[in-house]
Every structure is written in C-alpha cells, then in structure tokens.
Design a protein around this ligand. Structure first.
Ligand code: FES
Length: 162
C-alpha cells in the first residue's frame, strides 16, 4: 500500500508513531484521527484506508467517526474559507453571478479547495447582512454590495497574505 495520500500527497507514515501509541486502545481511533487531520488536513479515503490497515479497525467505522464529528473533514480545507451567500436577498441581487466569478477567479467548483490549499469555496445560507446584498464572507469578514469586478481585488488581498 502506498504511504502517500493521493488527495494531497501527504506522507502517511507520519501517522505511524501515533497509531502505534493508540492502536488497540478503547477510543484510540479518535486521537489517531485528530493527528491525521492535523498532519494531512483531512481524513481522505486514503487516510481512512491507511488507518484501517494499521489498526485493524474497519474503514466503515473510521468513516463513521469522520462524518460524525465536525472537527473532521473528508477533503482538505484551504487556509481561507470563502462563503458566498445564496440566501434570497443575495440571490435576487445577482449572487449567482458573483458566485460564478469566484469560481472563475479561484478555478475551482463549489465545495472544493484550490491546489495550493489557500482557499475553500462554499455556498452558504443568509449571513445576516441582507442590506448589503449580494454579500460573502471570507474567514468571518463580510464583503457586501459585491460586483463581479471587485472579486479579483478581494481574493488577491488574501493571496498576498498567504
Ligand atoms: S440573503 Fe444574503 S445576507 Fe441575507
């Protein structure tokens, strides 16, 4: 079995020492998976299979834990989360066009993360700033009255930050 996660090329053997420490312990999967989330950025399919093979626990159990606890994600997340509001007020004021522009700017589909793991793009429900529609949030900061030509500049600000 490969020891490199194909989702984002992380070295799965970095999980070995924590797996050794916890395998066979009651509740030991949680600290193993927390470590994996930290090292690999998510509990991808490869990560699930690797932990399963090393601990002897079924993949379905690992998958169950990964989807039950919100601290785990199945795909890697970017450093910055771009959440486009798709609530009614934003939608009627052209939110869909802004969302399209974000997808073009970041070159990803909704729900995905850029290859450099800088941005995750998602659609969200009303963020409570309907007066500023169309609006989006980046890492909790609200950007309102958006037009497509503002998108590049806003995203670039976060690119500069890294
Ligand atoms: S609908 Fe977008 S902020 Fe309320």
């Amino acid at each position: 079995m490969s020891t490199v996660c194909s989702t984002h090329k992380c070295d799965l053997s970095l999980l070995d020492s924590v797996i050794e420490q916890w395998k066979g312990e009651q509740g030991g999967l949680l600290p193993i998976m927390q470590h994996a989330q930290e090292v690999c950025g998510c509990i991808s399919e490869d990560v699930q299979h690797y932990i399963s093979q090393k601990t002897g626990e079924p993949v379905t159990k690992i998958y169950g834990i990964a989807t039950f606890y919100s601290q785990f994600t199945l795909s890697p997340r970017g450093r910055h989360t771009v959440s486009m509001c798709m609530g009614t007020a934003c939608y009627v004021r052209g939110g869909a066009k802004i969302f399209e522009e974000l997808q073009k700017e970041l070159e990803i589909e909704p729900g995905c993360t850029t290859n450099d793991r800088l941005f995750t793009l998602e659609a969200t429900r009303c963020i409570g700033c309907c007066g500023l529609a169309p609006a989006m949030m980046i890492d909790g900061e609200v950007y309102g009255r958006l037009t497509t030509d503002l998108i590049h500049g806003i995203i670039d600000k976060y690119r500069q930050k890294g």
